[in-house]
Design a protein around this ligand. Structure first.
Ligand SMILES: [Zn+2]
Length: 296
């Protein structure tokens, strides 16, 4: 070996014949990296910095996910809908009750109708796998704030559904209507300015109201009084998607006769359940679309 090397060396340039330690300038950088003896001591601190950074990153991730979980546990109402997932609970609010009788006409009392239909809706939704929370199950008086609080207290994604029956001095008024509340639609055009050029996104409550109204009109074949933005207390203060259904007029003789029939009330309950499920399908579709858009 020694002899062969000795023969080869003269063929190289004169500088390469010098001992390795003295030809630093000529040594290509790529070769320098390959030399383990010089590389190892230099890499060790760099490796430690990298390990420290990855541990720091892991700790920060754990901290962030921990606080998000904590937030979900203590304040599910302030977590954006995107994080809260598809709703699993429905707060069913039977309007009026106790000393508050609500509307009355043609022998019907609103607080009794609302409780009857609310119980039917609750039963239906439970049978189809949703959690149901009733604001009242007896002829009790509840303030509007107490009803809203039931919605805010939910620890799983939930929606709020208030059931009412209508009253009008004009006895010919009939049909169903569904209310939601969207504060943004009340902002004057001068304040919004250019923002008006873009169509404002529909609020979840409005989507909910539209699905609900369509199912009610289709199932009951009654006049469609439409979907309306109205600042009713239980809608205005709700922190979860909320609608208020007016299922018919006790003051209209024809409609009152139908409302007096338990079979018709069951049809209303079925339609309301369909409205909840239709809204749930829209939300599920929306979440699937969001997931698909995310790069993975
Ligand atoms: Zn009412």
């Amino acid at each position: 070996m020694g002899r062969r090397l000795a023969v080869k060396r003269p063929a190289r340039s004169p500088s390469s014949r010098k001992p390795h330690g003295t030809v630093r300038r000529r040594r290509p950088t790529s070769r320098r990296k390959g030399v383990k003896k010089t590389g190892a001591p230099a890499d060790r601190p760099r490796f430690q910095v990298r390990r420290f950074l990855s541990l720091l990153g892991l700790a920060m991730m754990l901290y962030a996910s921990g606080s998000l979980l904590w937030l979900l546990l203590i304040r599910p109402d302030i977590v954006p809908p995107y994080f809260s997932g598809l709703f699993r609970a429905v707060v069913v609010d039977a309007g009026h009750g106790g000393k508050d009788r609500g509307a009355a006409g043609n022998g019907l009392i609103e607080k009794e109708l609302t409780l009857d239909v609310a119980e039917r809706v609750g039963r239906q939704l439970r049978e189809h796998g949703l959690q149901v929370v009733m604001t009242r199950e007896t002829d009790d008086y509840l303030s509007l704030a107490e009803r809203v609080r039931v919605g805010a207290d939910q620890r799983v994604p939930a929606i709020f559904l208030s059931i009412h029956f209508n009253y009008a001095k004009n006895r010919s008024a009939q049909g169903v209507e569904t209310f939601y509340y969207n504060v943004n639609e009340e902002v004057p055009a001068e304040i919004l300015g250019d923002a008006l050029l873009q169509a404002p996104p529909m609020s979840d409550s409005e989507v909910f109201a539209q699905e609900m109204q369509r199912e009610l009109v289709d199932a009951l074949g009654v006049p469609d009084r439409g979907v309306k933005n109205r600042g009713f207390f239980v809608l205005r203060h709700s922190r979860i998607p909320a609608v208020l259904v007016e299922g018919g007029f006790v003051t209209n003789a024809r409609e009152a006769a139908r409302l007096n029939d338990p079979e018709y009330r069951q049809r209303i309950a079925d339609a309301i359940e369909d409205g909840v499920q239709a809204y749930r399908n829209v939300m599920r579709q929306r979440m699937n679309d969001l997931r698909r858009k995310e790069p993975s």
